[in-house]
Each structure stands twice: as structure tokens, then as C-alpha cells.
Design a protein around this ligand. Structure first.
Ligand SMILES: [Zn+2]
Ligand SMILES: [Zn+2]
Length: 245
């Protein structure tokens, strides 16, 4: 096993709330500079900039896990991770069809830029990406699995867009084996409030929308090898399926 310093929740300029400085090269170089070893890109409801960031990470020797932050029908944010860019893009196309077609108001929400590996803007996404999908949280893991990925509820210790804030509970039939808690989140407090978390794996990520918010190398993830497959695998192995029922 190897232990990797990680930050698996980052937004690029494709997220309307993401800073325009969150370009593929800026993100990867800042992560490398900080000493992180594995990162993921998790824009709202889209993996549209994963291909560019994957290329930049490859050049820097940084491990990259393609991902997205899916907004379920209950407005619960769920992180989705995939071994390959192609799988993330396939899921991204699926999710796009489950979103309401609401035009993005750039004056209110900010622009949504698709970029290439040279940080050039290729195109702008016209529809708002932060809206809620028509798929509910009980189907999230199965849908993600269909595309070869794994689903992890995001920032469960926050009081908005989170599993415990919006639904108040976690049940075995949601099939979540890992949960995300904020960087400064208190694991003990959370487990005291929600005993049903049990021994699920807790990821501490930054949810960075600005370069300065990217995590310092503090939390490490133990994986079998230096690959995106191994990262997804360890999150999949954390799944607690029918054992608890
Ligand atoms: Zn979120
Ligand atoms: Zn986020």
C-alpha cells in the first residue's frame, strides 16, 4: 500500500462559482507546489474540463482522478469518481440529459468555461450547471457504478446541499461506503451526531473554488498503487452493501 496526499474536490472555471483563475495549469501546478500527490476535478454536474486537467497532471507526475459533483433531485451534492476520463465524460453526458435546461445568467452566477490543456477557453456552457438532476440519491451509487465510478456524498458536515442537511439521515440502501467531510470538519462530532456513519471511510477535501483554497498536504489516502483505478477501487471497497440490513 502507498499513502498519497490528496484533495479530491476541486472546481475549475467550468463551475459558475469557480474562479476564472481555476484553469487546468493553475490547478495542477498549485496542487503540485503544495505537495499533493493525487487530485480530482469535481465541477458541478460536469466532467467537461477533466480531459485537459488529466493531460496537465500527467506532465507533472500528479495522479488525477476524473470526477464531478452531481446535484441529486434532493439538492444533495454527491462526488463521483472514475478511473478514466472517458467514463467521467460518459456519465457527464448522462447527467446533462437529467438537468433542466436553464440558461446561465453570467451576470448573476458567473461564466462556465470549457478549457484545453493550454488553458485556452474552447467554449462556454450556455446552460446553468448547478441545477438539480432528476435522479434521486437512492439511485446515485447505482448510476455511478454503471459508468465504472463510485459515488461519495459531499461535505456532509455542512448545512446546505448536503446529505445530513437536506435528508437528515444516511441509510444502508443508499450504498455509500465513503463520505466527504470538510477540511476542518470534526470526525468525532459528526459520528456522535450520526452513529449510522459507523466505520465508513471519511475523505477530507477542500471544495476549492479559488487557488488559495486548495488543500495543504495533511490527509493521506492509502491505495494499492499509483493509479486512478486504485483510488476508485479503495472508495468502492468501502461500500457497505447489505451487511447492515
Ligand atoms: Zn457542493
Ligand atoms: Zn464543490
Amino acid at each position: 500500500m502507498i499513502e498519497l496526499y490528496y484533495d479530491l474536490h476541486l472546481h475549475s472555471a467550468l463551475s459558475p462559482c469557480g474562479d476564472e483563475d481555476m484553469t487546468p495549469n493553475n490547478i495542477a501546478n498549485m496542487a503540485a507546489l503544495k505537495g499533493l500527490q493525487v487530485i480530482s476535478l469535481t465541477d458541478h454536474n460536469s466532467a467537461g474540463n477533466c480531459r485537459a486537467l488529466a493531460e496537465v497532471c500527467k506532465d507533472l507526475g500528479l495522479l488525477f482522478v476524473p470526477g464531478m459533483e452531481w446535484n441529486t433531485a434532493e439538492e444533495v451534492h454527491v462526488l463521483c469518481y472514475f478511473p478514466t476520463v472517458e467514463q467521467a465524460e460518459a456519465m457527464s453526458r448522462f447527467v446533462a440529459d437529467t438537468l433542466p435546461k436553464i440558461k446561465n445568467r453570467t451576470d448573476i452566477f458567473g461564466p462556465q468555461y470549457y478549457m484545453d490543456q493550454e488553458d485556452r477557453v474552447i467554449k462556454e456552457e450556455p446552460f446553468l450547471l448547478t441545477t438539480a438532476s432528476s435522479i434521486d440519491i437512492f439511485q446515485a451509487q447505482a448510476v455511478c457504478d454503471r459508468f465504472g465510478g463510485v459515488a461519495v456524498p459531499a461535505h456532509v458536515d455542512r448545512d446546505s446541499y448536503s446529505l445530513f442537511a437536506n435528508l437528515a439521515f444516511l441509510t444502508p440502501d443508499m450504498h455509500f461506503g465513503a463520505l466527504e467531510i470538510s477540511l476542518a470538519g470534526n470526525e468525532e462530532k459528526l459520528k456522535k451526531e450520526h452513529a449510522e456513519i459507523g466505520n465508513r471511510l471519511l475523505l477530507h477535501n477542500s471544495d476549492a473554488h479559488y487557488l488559495y483554497q486548495i488543500a495543504e498536504p495533511r490527509y493521506r489516502l492509502a491505495v494499492k498503487e499509483f493509479s486512478s483505478y486504485a483510488v476508485v477501487q479503495v472508495l468502492k471497497e468501502a461500500l457497505v452493501f447489505d451487511k447492515e440490513r
